[in-house]
Design a protein around this ligand. Structure first.
Ligand SMILES: NC(=O)c1ccc[n+]([C@@H]2O[C@H](COP(=O)([O-])OP(=O)(O)OC[C@H]3O[C@@H](n4cnc5c(N)ncnc54)[C@H](O)[C@@H]3O)[C@@H](O)[C@H]2O)c1
Ligand SMILES: O=CCc1c[nH]cn1
Length: 505
């Protein structure tokens, strides 16, 4: 089919592709089972390759007519898909997961070129994406209701039904994975999805759309519309949309919730965070250091690091040594562990947080400055040296606000009670963690931290079987795990009378 050829043509250039060599000119919208060219070129934005600062492609935002077309196409597919047995849907989804697994290196490479993260990270992202689709394929055939006996042989039963056309709106940090985390449970439950990626990372969601098509979903079941805030608004306000699943910042999440409320649409919000990690003096220090590095530097998880005062010197020595050793550079090279930040303005914003932290009294133990790699190809890229900040206090901007960059703010603490109070003193509640060898303390701390996830003696692992989501302003609803089925389906109750109607009139 034409769309198959298109999918192949971009991905097939990947094995030979190197940083700074790829240009994308194929249309990035997808509905009706194929890539769709923009109707007009208004408000076109350049998309940059973060590692070089070169223009990779143009993002042309969809307007009202295009959004409407995509939603109509999704609705038509939904009417077909919802009638299929869960096991039939599962077979198609398993095929999609298989194709992703087969093309993992190529998809990861394309993700790196658009997002700037290292190939090591991107490969993990793509693996988690197909695992998620495989997991929900496994659940598709298990969706069932309940049978309830009533007097006189009458009975009721419940049916678990899809919601209809769901909208997914994504952030730039996990472009392909977010599209998969949202579409997999939606499709398993019999819904269709129209997905809008971040305008900075428009490239790989459409690959997912082509793979679903190749696997056998009805045309229109997973559509991609490109755009920013205006296109997102059109999606949230569209009367045919039943649900919006949003990943992004708290301020945008509030707008999405307000717009969805007007149409009484269900919402899932996966928002920002400032996750505390509590490292007690009885921890296994090497593991705690590795956990801290994964938290703050690997996935740009927005963090605060509380370290018990007695072990602060040893902890800092180890964490600084390892941070300085992180290979930063060409994200497509196997040895690189940190690539480029997403954009020049974002790099400047993160560096601005470091300057502000210094003004407020923090001490930079390493990093925090831009890097110009020796490779001339990368001299326009958005690289920075990962940073460790000491002498931090709870009232500093770097501790209170989400930085979303490789900056670790380290704070000392003395007692368990004190650190729990300080860790919870935030409007965010995405994730948290504790390192200790004291099993009772570990579970007590997990119970008392106000966050959607608490990691004990590890950090930042997200197996697809495990629900993920926030407390407080970090959002609500969950992604992954069995529970997410509830967020993409609704219960219908059917009541069956076996006798005569009992009437008062
Ligand atoms: N909780 C999680 O799982 C999770 C995961 C990834 C990222 N995030 C958060 O995402 C943020 C970074 O991503 P970002 O900068 O892309 O966030 P953002 O809020 O700026 O944008 C997110 C998405 O919303 C769209 N959008 C913007 N205005 C809109 C509007 N008015 N209506 C509808 N859609 C609109 C954007 O185009 C983009 O696709 C951080 O706060 C980060 O913590 C959270
Ligand atoms: O950024 C946080 C969690 C996540 C990972 N993939 C999608 N969301």
């Amino acid at each position: 089919s034409p769309s198959q050829t298109m999918a192949q043509s971009i991905l097939d250039t990947m094995p030979g592709a190197t940083t700074g060599t790829v240009l994308i000119s194929d249309p990035l919208n997808f509905w009706g089972g194929k890539r769709v060219k923009p109707m007009q070129e208004k408000n076109t934005e350049p998309v940059f390759e973060p590692a070089t600062g070169r223009i990779l492609c143009q993002m042309v935002p969809c307007g009202a007519e295009e959004v409407d077309e995509a939603i109509k196409s999704a609705h038509a597919a939904y009417l077909q898909w919802r009638k299929m047995a869960g096991m039939e849907r599962a077979r198609v989804m398993l095929e999609a997961a298989r194709i992703i697994r087969e093309r993992r290196e190529k998809i990861a490479k394309l993700e790196v070129i658009n997002n700037g993260k290292s190939i090591t990270e991107a490969l993990v992202d793509i693996d988690v994406a197909w695992q998620c689709i495989e997991y929900y394929a496994g659940l598709a055939g298990t969706l069932a209701g309940q049978h309830i006996q009533l007097p006189g042989g009458s009975f009721a039963y419940t049916r678990r039904e899809p919601l209809g056309v769901c909208v997914g709106i994504g952030a730039w940090n996990y472009p392909f994975q977010i599209a998969s985390w949202k579409s997999a449970p939606a499709l398993a439950c019999g819904n269709a999805m129209v997905f809008k990626p971040s305008p900075m990372t428009p490239v790989t969601a459409v690959i997912l759309a082509e793979i679903y098509k190749e696997a056998g979903v009805p045309d229109g079941l997973f559509c991609v519309v490109q755009g920013g805030a205006d296109t997102g608004t059109l999606l949230c306000q569209h009367p045919k949309v039943a649900k919006v699943s949003f990943t992004g910042s708290v301020p945008t999440g509030k707008k999405v919730m307000e717009m969805s409320a007007k149409g009484v649409k269900q919402v899932t919000l996966e928002l920002g965070g400032k996750s505390p990690l509590l490292i007690f003096k009885d921890c296994e220090l090497e593991n705690a250091v590795k956990g801290a590095l994964m938290l703050c530097h690997f996935c740009l998880v927005r963090c605060r690091l509380y370290v018990q005062r007695e072990i602060m010197p040893q902890f800092l020595e180890k964490v600084v040594k390892r941070t300085k050793a992180i290979p930063v550079g060409d994200p497509l090279l196997d040895g690189t562990r940190m690539g480029a930040l997403i954009s020049k303005p974002h790099l400047e914003k993160v560096l601005g947080f470091v300057s502000q932290a210094k003004k407020e009294g923090a001490k930079v133990l390493c990093g925090g400055e831009p890097i110009v790699p020796s490779d001339p190809n990368l001299k326009g890229g958005y690289f920075m040296a990962p940073c460790v900040l000491d002498n931090c206090r709870d009232d500093m901007t770097c501790v209170k606000e989400e930085i979303f960059g490789p900056v670790m703010s380290v704070l000392p603490f003395d007692t368990e009670e004190e650190v729990i109070g300080r860790a919870n003193n935030t409007t965010f509640g995405l994730a948290s963690g504790v390192f200790t060898r004291d099993i009772s303390r570990a579970h007590r701390v997990a119970e008392n931290l106000e966050a959607g996830t608490c990691f004990i003696n590890n950090y930042n692992i997200s197996p697809v079987e495990v629900p993920f989501g926030g407390y407080k302003m970090s959002g609500f609803g969950r992604e992954n795990g069995q529970v997410t089925i509830e967020y993409y389906s609704q219960l219908k109750t059917v009541v069956v009378e076996m006798g005569d109607v009992d009437s008062l009139f």
